[in-house]
Design a protein around this ligand. Structure first.
Ligand code: HSE
Length: 345
């Protein structure tokens, strides 16, 4: 029976908790996976800890009604994230706080603290993994702990697991794709005649956009993801600095640009790219006008896709949701299962 602590209970944390609630018996029957959520802590929604386990169904309904976790029945309330990690007695931390690509905080401190406490970690937070992947992964490994982060790139669409497991025998030469759901949603809406402002508002309501959506529309979020790919797949050490690196977002693209491209049989997409140049690894993010025949051209809405050029299999393309409550919550679920299966071996 794993004891779980959930830090960050916004769109993603709740998406994960809903899947835990709905799949509890399947997880037990199919994988022998049993768990108890012992703590939930969120900067806006308060915190509750109960070492006997919290009722997820009731807790989700409570938060759904807009009530504070500080009033939810439990043993302790009012703890901050670091205190929660310290006293919860949990074995696995699920970290789903907001991404800050400049500092990696507060997620990095949560992950460091959890590892120091002997906890395995699952995160969907791009800041810590874009900035400190090497250090955090080494820290986990040196302690015999597991750190999983599938949800940091293309949410629950299994791109990191694909690279780590199924493409492990290939040499990866280049990866390029659509790695931000918000901007792809906005560009898709604009191609259908919608306005940038309305599309951004809808992307926020649908839970695709970052807390501060500048990170999406300026290309920083896609840059964080290409850096995670570069640093964890190619072993590079690239700092996701949007000034120093070639990083352009979609704010310079007008409805007229999109319409002109459409007339010419083209489509605008924000493309992230990671490639090798001699011994160097390079990354870039920027809008491109793609031909309709390009496999990335028909990827619309909050869908993402990644084309992976390999030595053995040629080009492998994976496509699926890149943002949103359930797809990103699913990434946490599959990482949880992966930890369980790794520990059961
Ligand atoms: N804001 C991100 C996006 C969330 O739109 O892709 C998923 O990383």
């Amino acid at each position: 029976m794993y004891k779980l602590a959930l830090i960050g209970f916004g769109v993603v944390g709740q998406g994960f908790a809903e899947l835990l609630r709905d799949k509890q018996s399947t997880l037990r029957e199919a994988y022998g996976l049993e768990f108890q959520v012992v703590a939930v802590c969120d900067a806006q929604r308060g915190s509750v800890l109960d070492r006997q386990g919290l009722d997820l169904r009731e807790l989700l309904a409570w938060v759904g009604e807009g009530k504070s976790l500080d009033q939810f029945p439990g043993e302790k309330h009012g703890l901050d994230a670091l205190e929660t990690i310290e006293v919860a007695g949990a074995e696995i931390l699920f970290e789903a706080t907001w991404t800050d690509i400049k500092t990696g905080e507060p997620g990095t401190s949560h992950i460091r603290k959890a590892l120091a406490q002997g906890m395995h970690v699952v995160t969907t937070n791009k800041g810590p993994m874009a900035l400190f992947a090497k250090e955090l992964l080494q820290d986990a490994e040196s302690r015999g702990l597991l750190l999983r982060y599938e949800g940091t790139v293309m949410s629950g669409t299994p791109v990191l697991n694909l690279l780590r497991h199924s493409l492990a025998g290939c040499c990866i030469e280049e990866m390029q794709g659509i790695l931000n759901g918000t901007t792809n949603y906005i560009l898709s809406q604009m191609a259908e005649g919608g306005s940038y402002e309305d599309a951004l508002k809808a992307a926020q309501q649908l839970g695709y956009a970052e807390a501060v959506p500048d990170a999406d529309v300026l290309g920083w979020d896609a840059l964080a993801k290409v850096c995670i790919l570069a640093n964890t797949v190619f072993g590079a050490a690239i700092h996701p600095d949007p000034i120093a690196l070639p990083c352009v977002g979609i704010t310079g693209i007008s409805v007229e640009d999109v319409a002109r491209a459409k007339k010419a049989g083209k489509v605008y997409k924000l493309i992230g790219r990671v490639w090798r140049e001699g011994n160097e690894v390079r990354v870039s993010v920027g809008p491109q006008e793609l031909d309709k025949e390009d496999p990335l051209a028909g990827v619309n809405g909050a869908q993402n896709a990644l084309k992976i050029s390999t030595d053995v299999l040629g080009e492998v393309t994976i496509r699926g949701f890149g943002a949103g409550k359930t797809p990103t919550g699913y990434a946490m679920l599959v990482d949880f299962l992966d930890i369980h299966q790794s520990l059961s071996r």
